[in-house]
Design a protein around this ligand. Structure first.
Ligand SMILES: [Zn+2]
Length: 253
């Protein structure tokens, strides 16, 4: 499986509009972070986890010409607002499969009513195929995927395990029985917002604690805010098998 980090930033992205914070002014491309998302490719399959406001730019940047579906972690805007830009894929492929919790579909149906309407659609409006995710394994392409249930403050979120790769974002609390599902991973991706604690996201310490518990061969940190610091500085203080992800990073497992 080839994994491409399409975006590794928190909700506002980095740089933040109008900010003069040094990390926002950094000229290092590793400090420029679009909203969080990953592209997963294996055999002939291409899936995306989440489609935030940068989805169009991310699809162009990664040269994606076909997607077999979008798997949602939760309904927050930084993970969903690019949905309209499935149109080029829809025109070529037909209905685009979306995988999400029932509650996430309810939220998308409100905000993108024109996509989900069962009535007559305005010409050019895309259509989707809804696949409801519950907290039990489901099939994505030819792969059995295991949801990892967690809390983002009080909001339920799903992370996902694809074989020996797991992707968690916007997690703050994970029950022990869900952590058990993360044993024997080659790669764990987990959110690490900043150094200071945060009400709805792991800070660096909490992310490293989870990595220490789960003991994957390697771990990558994502959903990063400018407060975490410059990429090159943060990388220096991380344990040997932990890496600060950056946009366009590709790994193969
Ligand atoms: Zn988020």
């Amino acid at each position: 499986m080839k994994i491409t980090f399409l975006g590794t930033g928190t909700s506002q992205g980095i740089p933040i509009i109008g900010s003069d914070h040094p990390v926002c002014l950094s000229e290092n491309s590793k400090d420029k972070r679009l909203r969080v998302s990953v592209l997963l490719e294996w055999n002939d399959y291409t899936f995306v986890v989440d489609c935030g406001p940068d989805f169009r730019q991310q699809m162009l940047r990664a040269n994606v010409s076909k997607i077999d579906g979008i798997i949602f972690t939760h309904e927050h805007a930084d993970h969903t607002m690019g949905l309209d830009d499935i149109r080029p894929f829809f025109f070529r492929q037909g209905d685009i499969p979306l995988f999400a919790h029932q509650r996430v579909f309810k939220s998308l149906e409100k905000r993108f009513d024109y996509i989900f309407t069962t009535g007559k659609k305005y010409p050019g409006v895309p259509s989707v195929a809804k696949i409801e995710v519950k907290n039990k394994p489901f099939l994505v392409g030819d792969l059995n995927v295991i949801p990892i249930d967690g809390l983002h403050y009080k909001l339920q979120v799903f992370g996902y395990r694809f074989h020996n790769f797991a992707y968690l974002t916007d997690m703050k609390t994970i029950a022990d029985k869900e952590v058990e599902k993360l044993k024997n991973l080659d790669v764990l991706v987990v959110n690490a917002l900043r150094i200071k604690p945060h009400i709805s996201h792991f800070n660096l310490e909490e992310a490293l604690e989870l990595i220490e518990r789960v003991k994957p061969k390697r771990a990558y940190l994502t959903h990063v805010s400018h407060y975490l610091g410059f990429h090159d500085d943060v990388q220096q203080i991380l344990p040997e098998n932990v890496f600060l992800a950056y946009d366009n990073l590709q790994i193969t497992i």
